[in-house]
Design a protein around this ligand. Sequence first.
Ligand code: LIP
Length: 267
Amino acid sequence: MDRLNQRKALAAAVNAARAAGKLMRANLRETKVVNFSTQHDIKLELDVRCQKLIERKLAAAFPKIALLGEEGEAGDADADFRWVVDPIDGTVNFTYGIPHACVSIALQARSPKSRSARVDRYETILGVVHDPFTDELWTAVRGQPARLNGRVIHVSRRQKLAETVVSMGFAKTRETLEMTLPHFNRLSRRVRKVRVMGAAALALAYVATGRFDAYIESGISLWDIAAGGLIVECAGGKFWCEPISGHHRYCMVASNGLIHRRLPIPR
Ligand code: LIP
């Protein structure tokens, strides 16, 4: 994709994220229609409505680019380019009226060098994360600096683990919770604070901004981390993930790079 189209794609993703964010802001205090829930997860009718709005906005600008989203897929699953969308990341927070949730939109290109069956054959080339409650918009295009509301951002430079704030997530199942808790317990004694905030894309954006020094989660989905992972890399940080069993699910560790080797991998 040439730079002209990259700029057009970034503008389309920002426009779509802001439109979905407006819908989130208008409904934070409203009664939510729950489509599906388990003990550790909720899926809302508004998740679907936000993804359909995002799909319409993106398709108007790029009718031939496929979309892979938390609420379903559109277009050719093997296309050269695909949008990867989490219409509301932090759905449980949002359902409970907690204003810590965001829209995450990434554009991926098929990556010839990673055609191996193990690695997902796509590379993220641009990412947008929008928090409609703080009116913060993170953007990144591969090879360029990450930005927050247009200003260049950089990961933290903290190197002493005892001075770091690390975020973790427990994903959606009892299995991932039980697997992650021992790492949570051990890490809590080694760092300044551990934060469990419930929105992966925002946690990654906070690492990129230097608010968190690392973020760790296993059992997380591609649409939760695709945009935020690129934003971390473009802010000078390190983003590592590996596929695990399940539909587009990953084990993921992101950090400022300086403390990465001392962080646990919950597997
Ligand atoms: C959420 C992630 C969070 C994870 C939750 C859930 P959703 O995404 O952002 O990090 O711990 O289990 O997966 O479902 O709100 O889009």
